[in-house]
Design a protein around this ligand. Structure first.
Ligand code: HEC
Length: 103
């Protein structure tokens, strides 16, 4: 009986551990999502002249603009479509990645 109890406790602990891991985004995921922005916004968000850089822009600012593109509040030629391809969690992670890059 004691053995079964121990096994259950262990199983519950494992479930709890994997659930809490799922909430934090893997930094490598964030980096590869952010790489999808590089064609236009430059490697690590440092754009060529004439294009908006994302490197060093605050997370809040990027999230706000992405959400506004998603909902159509902010006019766009491309970003309204691109922003719809990412979940809110992904946008948070991508924005945090760019905010942490040097300008
Ligand atoms: C195919 C090119 C392209 C890609 C890829 C792209 N963008 Fe953009 N981005 C644009 C263009 C063009 C604009 C100007 C608004 C418009 O016309 O859509 C813009 C504007 C923005 C702005 C607003 C900049 C400002 O301050 O005015 C943000 C924030 C942004 N993009 C974030 C992203 C993120 C994050 C990604 C990756 C998930 C991304 N973009 C991928 C082309 C692109």
């Amino acid at each position: 009986m004691k053995k079964i109890h121990t096994a259950w406790t262990l199983a519950l602990l494992l479930v709890a551990a994997s659930a809490s891991q799922a909430q934090a985004v893997d930094p490598l995921h964030a980096r590869s999502w952010a790489a999808g922005c590089a064609n236009c916004h430059g490697t690590n968000g440092r754009a060529e002249p004439g294009m908006e850089s994302l490197a060093g822009v605050s997370q809040e600012d990027i999230v706000k603009k992405m959400q506004d593109y998603k909902t159509g509040r902010r006019p766009a030629t491309l970003m309204h479509q691109i922003s719809k391809g990412y979940s809110d969690d992904q946008i948070q992670a991508i924005a945090a990645y760019f905010a942490a890059q040097k300008k």
